[in-house]
Design a protein around this ligand. Structure first.
Ligand SMILES: [Zn+2]
Length: 159
């Protein structure tokens, strides 16, 4: 037997250290939180995706009384982007969450299902997606979802 050590590189910074393009996308994700439909969790999540044509698509969580019927902000955003702009790769994705009276202090990470969808989006366009997880006290940046989804299952497993 032997062990496999998996190393994940996450850049920790704060909003002011982001470049203007990154700030713009985070601002869009924060703004999208205000359009969340979250009467059950009261946890408003916003996501914003930058496409390779420069367009920004944003989305928010859309909950349902039958809980599994709802959808997270990340999937709302990526499915809309894929449906409306099937020929444009997603280059960057920002995620923010609002709870109580403020945005969360620590970054909100995508759930497992959303990580899988982000992975599919990377594979679909053969383009890594820079992911910015916003928090008021600290923000995380990873250069690909593979940093957050080691030992992933993707399309190559089916070939
Ligand atoms: Zn999710």
């Amino acid at each position: 037997m032997k062990n496999i050590d998996i190393v994940t590189n996450i850049v920790v910074c704060n909003y002011n250290e982001l470049n203007d393009d990154q700030k713009k996308l985070v601002d869009c994700a924060k703004e999208a939180c205000s359009r969340a439909y979250a009467p059950y969790s009261h946890f408003n999540v916003g996501a914003a995706a930058l496409l390779d044509n420069g367009e920004i698509i944003s989305g928010s969580n859309q909950e349902n009384a039958a809980y599994p019927s709802g959808t997270c902000a990340e999937r709302t955003t990526l499915f809309y982007a894929g449906a409306q702009h099937p020929n444009n790769a997603v280059k960057r994705l920002a995620i923010a969450a609002y709870k109580g009276n403020d945005f969360t202090a620590t970054p909100t990470a995508p759930c497992g299902a959303c990580r899988q969808v982000i992975l599919e989006t990377e594979h679909r366009y053969n383009t890594p997606i820079e992911i910015i997880l916003y928090g008021t006290e600290k923000t995380y940046i990873v250069t690909s979802i593979e940093s957050l989804l080691p030992l992933c299952f993707g399309k190559t497993d089916l070939e």
